[in-house]
Ligand binder design. Structure first.
Ligand SMILES: [Fe+2]
Ligand SMILES: [Fe+2]
Length: 174
């Protein structure tokens, strides 16, 4: 879990999340971006795997992360950002989430080693990459959200708590 633990407390205090530069993302955005980086890394890792059991284990980790992440965006982030972010962009994001969920369900109904299993995981990864770009690119959902009225620090606290809850509920505390 806590990956920042390696940092000494003094360096952590000094960097103070780089508040002074004004470039630091608000908590809601930095948490969602962190999820994106994690999943991207796991898709890359998947390509190196040859063992079916390892593939299944890693895919399950990816699937859980994506389910929790999309649920959080749909429950908290997207609805709160209605009004700050272009309607069309948010609508498309929901549709893309639905597409991803269908692809995940298809893969879950299969076994690694089956024809097209790897191909489906790869295509899901590309699909997610596209979606993440829509969220993170200049002028995208996150950029518009940052210019909006919502308190993205408070929302971040809410997102964090909900993520912990959903990870337990959906993943049995993996
Ligand atoms: Fe999303
Ligand atoms: Fe996202």
């Amino acid at each position: 879990m806590a990956t920042a633990q390696t940092k000494s407390s003094s360096s952590r205090a000094r960097s103070g999340r780089r508040r002074r530069t004004g470039r630091r993302d608000p908590l809601a955005v930095s948490l969602l971006k962190k999820d994106h980086r994690d999943v991207e890394g796991w898709f890359d890792e998947y390509e190196q795997l040859e063992d079916d059991e390892e593939k299944l284990e890693l895919f399950n980790k990816i699937a859980l992360a994506l389910k929790v992440h999309t649920a959080i965006e749909e429950e908290i982030f997207y609805p709160e950002e209605r009004g700050d972010v272009e309607e069309d962009m948010l609508d498309e994001a929901y549709v893309e989430h639905d597409g991803a969920k269908k692809m995940i369900a298809e893969i879950e109904a299969m076994q690694p080693g089956e024809e097209f299993y790897d191909a489906k995981v790869k295509v899901l990864g590309e699909y997610i990459k596209h979606h993440v770009k829509e969220e993170e690119q200049p002028g995208g959902i996150f950029a518009q959200a940052k210019k909006g009225d919502q308190d993205l620090e408070a929302m971040g606290t809410e997102i964090k708590a909900r993520k912990e809850q959903l990870m337990r509920k959906m993943g049995g505390d993996a």
